[in-house]
Design a protein around this ligand. Structure first.
Ligand code: DGL
Length: 260
C-alpha cells in the first residue's frame, strides 16, 4: 500500500524529499492542490472544503496513511479528517517546541502563513510550549507565490524578506522556525539576512518520524520497490515538462538541505 503526502502545492515536497531518503522501500503518492494554492490567505471554510476533497481522493486510492505536509491544512482541518477517516493522518505544526528545546533562552521567530499564525492551533501550541514568552510570529504569505512560480532567488524575494524582517533584533534570537513547507526553498536568502546565531528549525524530520512510528505501531511498514506518483488536484502528472518541474524542486531541496 502507498503513503500519501498532501499539500496545497509544492511545499510538501520538502517532507516527501526527506521521507524518500529514510523510507526507500515504500511507495508514495504526492498530491499538490495546484488548482487552489495558496491556502494560507483564503477563508478557513474554503480551505476545509479543499482539504476534504483531496482526502476523499487519496482515501479512494487506498493509501495506508496521509501525511498532511502543510501546516495550514493541519491548522484548519486535521481534526475533522481524523474524525472522518480511519487511517493514520499525520499533521504538521510549526516546530516552536523543538526550537525552544534547543535553546530556551533566546527568542524564536516562527514564520508561517496568515491562517497558521492566526489559528486556534497556534494559540494552543504557544500556550503549551512558550512559558517564557520567547516566541514571535510573522506571516509571510508572498513566499508561497514565489515558490509556486519557482522564483527562489530574485531582488523581489530579497526585498520582501528584508522588509518583513527589518524590525527584529536578531542578536536576541536563536532560531527561525519554518512554519510553512513552502518556506524551505528560501533558506539561502534567509541565511543572507540572518546572523549566524540564528538556526533554521523545521518539522520535516519530526513529521516523517511520526509517520514511521504510526506505521510501525500498525505493522504497516513495507519493503516494496520504491515509486512516487504525482497528482495535481486529482489529475495524475505524466507530462514530462511537469515531471521535470517537480524534479527541479527536489533538486533545489537537496541544495537547501546543506544550509543550516
Ligand atoms: N505549504 C503550506 C503550509 O505548510 C501552505 C501554503 C499555502 O498554500 O498558503 O502551510
Amino acid at each position: 500500500m502507498k503513503i500519501a503526502f498532501f499539500d496545497s502545492g509544492i511545499g510538501g515536497l520538502a517532507v516527501l524529499h526527506h521521507a524518500m531518503k529514510v523510507l526507500p522501500q515504500e511507495q508514495f503518492i504526492f498530491f499538490a492542490d495546484e488548482d487552489h494554492v495558496p491556502y494560507g490567505v483564503k477563508p478557513r471554510e474554503q480551505v476545509m472544503e479543499f482539504v476534504g476533497e483531496a482526502f476523499d481522493f487519496l482515501v479512494g486510492k487506498g493509501v495506508k496513511a496521509i501525511v498532511t505536509a502543510c501546516n495550514t491544512a493541519t491548522s484548519v482541518a486535521v481534526k475533522e479528517m481524523r474524525d472522518r477517516y480511519d487511517i493514520p493522518i499525520i499533521g504538521m505544526e510549526p516546530a516552536a517546541k523543538r526550537a525552544l528545546d534547543l535553546d530556551g533562552e533566546h527568542r524564536v521567530l516562527v514564520v508561517a502563513t496568515p491562517i497558521t499564525v492566526s489559528g486556534q492551533k497556534m494559540k494552543v501550541l504557544i500556550e503549551h510550549v512558550d512559558r517564557e514568552h520567547l516566541v514571535d510570529l510573522l506571516p509571510l504569505p508572498r513566499l508561497v507565490e514565489f515558490a509556486e512560480r519557482a522564483e527562489f532567488r530574485s531582488p523581489e524575494v530579497s526585498d520582501y524578506l528584508q522588509r518583513q524582517m527589518a524590525s527584529y533584533d536578531f542578536s536576541r534570537y536563536s532560531a527561525l522556525v519554518l512554519g510553512c513547507t513552502h518556506f524551505n526553498y528560501f533558506k539561502d536568502t534567509f541565511r543572507e539576512i540572518l546572523p549566524d546565531n540564528v538556526h533554521f528549525v523545521d518539522g520535516n524530520e519530526g513529521t516523517v518520524r511520526e509517520l514511521i512510528r504510526q506505521l510501525r505501531k500498525r505493522d504497516a511498514l513495507e519493503e516494496q520497490s520504491f515509486s512516487v506518483e504525482y497528482f495535481y488536484s486529482g489529475r495524475k502528472v505524466d507530462d514530462p515538462v511537469e515531471l521535470e518541474r517537480l524534479q527541479s524542486y527536489l533538486a533545489r531541496l537537496d541544495d537547501m538541505d546543506a544550509i543550516r
